[in-house]
Design a protein around this ligand. Structure first.
Ligand code: MG
Length: 249
């Protein structure tokens, strides 16, 4: 199943997409729902597929990325937050403020939580996932270095493109995650290279904070991070999940 949010007659509605059609649903996808009409997928305005209360991100979670930075492999996940206001739609423009210096792409597998998750074991965490989508953890690299912590660098409006949909029928354990800039591959890693797997991450985070339906976990980025410039087209492609494409201005 592919869960989408679309604009329909001026309202934001959840739906289920197939190759050509969106079936609108009566409730959020986390609850029992009924089908309520259809619209064509082509030409539909896709919104961010969920509205999270928080976006929990993991730093340094791929072996090859840790090696490229010359960093030791961490003993436990390093987590940080992006605010819900950083989330932006698939195909929305990413606006880079002129005064902040270098800004990087980071292609990441995003997990969407489907049920309240509090102090869950990894095998319980697996059952609480609604599905997976593509994320770009846009980062103001110079601001990050200057501040010595990550809040400002990760939190500019629009610095978390998400989408285009939530794919519910996929196993996250060995997927190709790629970032392309202007059609050229810059990052290509497999989720099997993660230091902490998806369900260990959710379990770890849920010891700290309760995850609620719609919350998003960004699972870290593979090797090959680099800068974006105004005019670039940046794509996050995840095998069996989808393609998230944004233009930088
Ligand atoms: Mg990241």
């Amino acid at each position: 199943m592919r869960v989408v949010r679309v604009l329909s007659d001026g309202d934001c509605r959840y739906g289920l997409a197939d190759e050509a059609t969106v079936t609108l649903i009566s409730e959020e996808p986390f609850a029992a729902w009924e089908p309520e009409g259809t619209l064509a997928l082509r030409g539909a305005e896709l919104l961010t597929p969920v509205v999270p209360t928080k976006i929990v991100c993991v730093g340094l979670n791929y072996m090859a990325h840790a090696r490229e930075l010359g960093m030791p492999i961490p003993d436990e996940p390093v987590i940080f937050l992006k605010p819900p206001t950083a989330v932006t739609s698939p195909e929305a423009e990413i606006k880079i403020p002129s005064e902040i210096g270098r800004v990087d792409y980071e292609a990441e597998l995003a997990v969407v939580i489907g049920r309240r998750t509090h102090r869950a074991r990894p095998e319980e965490a697996r059952l609480n996932v609604l599905g997976y989508t593509c994320a770009n953890d846009i980062t103001a690299r110079e601001v990050q270095r200057r501040d010595g912590q990550w809040t400002r660098a990760k939190s500019y409006d629009g610095f978390c493109p998400l989408g285009p949909w939530v794919e519910t029928d996929v196993d996250p354990e060995d997927l190709l995650v790629e970032c392309l800039v202007n059609g050229e591959v810059r990052q290509a890693g497999r989720t099997s290279d993660m230091i902490f797997d998806t369900f260990e991450l959710i379990s770890f985070i849920s010891q700290v904070m309760t995850l609620v339906p719609g919350d998003v976990v960004l699972t870290g980025t593979p090797a090959g991070i680099g800068p974006l410039s105004p005019g670039d087209d940046v794509e996050v492609r995840i095998e069996s999940v989808g393609v998230l494409k944004n233009h930088v201005v």
